[in-house]
Design a protein around this ligand. Structure first.
Ligand code: 3PG
Length: 212
């Protein structure tokens, strides 16, 4: 198994989690995020068009690194790799899933929600982790509490993070980036309002820089 640190937490302080319903939206959404300063996105494998969307962004928007999210099994990992994903993100971590994502050779962010899960992954050399679902699992307080006992682990909290809470997470020493869907609201995508996406990206990055 390959090990991280992968550098994924350094790609972008804010990692948009993007759900694409219409493959035609993939490139304009990625371009809008890029125009707003975002350099990496997690495109979720939650819709049938997701692999095609990843493929288009990987080919047509070279300024942005597109990863595949919601990778829950070997088939997802394979589809994402074939589509040209630059990295993989899993919501949780089983042995089989970790073997599958590592088998692609791509860098990946494995999901954890508890101290013991985080320690199990650290035993495998995996120290850059997705903390999911962040808000429901204890949020900022949880991460602050484990920074002392687990100083070598760093996280991308995702799940319930908003424009209002992102800076609180980013101010923690064990947070490398934050993820979430708030930059790409379903209504804005359905309306083709990519200017809104760009504005949300710009605001998110401004907040991230202020958080230091
Ligand atoms: C994820 O897959 O990381 C989350 O579903 C994103 O959660 P959010 O919609 O609360 O940002």
């Amino acid at each position: 198994m390959s090990t991280n640190p992968t550098g994924l937490l350094e790609l972008s302080p804010v990692l948009p989690v993007v759900v694409i319903e219409d493959a035609e939206h993939a490139v304009p959404v990625a371009e809008a995020l890029l125009a707003g300063g975002i350099r990496a996105i997690e495109l979720t494998l939650r819709t049938p068009v997701a692999p095609a969307a990843i493929e288009r962004v990987a080919k047509e928007v070279p300024g942005i690194v597109v990863g595949a999210g919601t990778v829950t099994g070997e088939r997802d990992a394979r589809l994402a790799a074939e589509a040209g994903a630059g990295f993989l993100v899993t919501p949780g971590s089983t042995d089989a899933l970790l073997d599958a994502v590592a088998g692609t050779g791509l860098p990946f962010l494995p999901g954890v929600a508890t101290v013991s899960e985080a320690m199990l992954l650290a035993e495998r050399g995996l120290t850059e982790l997705k903390f999911f679902p962040a808000e429901a699992s204890g949020g900022v307080g949880f991460l602050r509490s484990i920074a002392g006992p687990l100083p070598d682990l760093r996280f991308c909290p995702t799940g319930g993070v908003t424009a209002d809470t992102a800076a609180d997470y980013l101010a923690l020493p064990n947070v490398g980036c934050v993820g979430g869907t708030w930059l790409t609201p379903k209504a804005a995508l359905a309306a083709g309002d990519f200017a809104r996406v760009e504005a949300l990206a710009r605001d998110a990055l401004r907040g991230a820089v202020a958080a230091g």
